[in-house]
Design a protein around this ligand. Sequence first.
Ligand SMILES: [Zn+2]
Length: 208
Amino acid sequence: MPDRDLPEDLVLPLATGEPWWYWSGGRPAVDFVNTQRERWRRGVETLITPADLSAWLVQAHVMDEPAAVSQAVLAQARDLREAIDALLVATIEDRAAPVAAVTLVDDWLVFAGVRPQLVPDAAGGVPRLTERAAADSPRRALGMIALDAATMLGTEQRSRVRICASETCSGRFFDRSPAGRRRWCSMRTCGNEAKARRHRQRLRKTFH
Ligand SMILES: [Zn+2]
């Protein structure tokens, strides 16, 4: 499956978004933003059902196993996603961050914290420091995504946030290249296309 192109004749809204998820964002917060696809054009929602969100969180490695998600949490997850994107775009365009988006992401951070627990050793020996089981895994997972977004957008890491340079792609990504000059969401798709276009232009110059 190509990283970015959705079929023209896609029947919208989708029944499930799972076949259209992609993972070239470089980190969970960016992959999450990319679940709203074709932001440059149609704006295709790929978190359609509560089960979609549960499956996505597992595939993104922020939740261990599928868990029940309510419609309310799905709606809140989409709001979180759009708040992260608003901050991401403001960062790239060097604009002031929308305060409402900052507040919304901040509201999620409380769910991200590690909840330590000290338990007695089964054999009655030394106590053991572990983590309390998450009472509400989806919310906790979304809290981890909010924390990832806050780390990316609230620190020096913000200089590495990008939108793909292709005119027909709105893929967001976090640039982990050593020089920090990556331009394409994926070399396999958008990067290759640009290379082919430059090649065609060179050929035209040579022969005309
Ligand atoms: Zn792209």
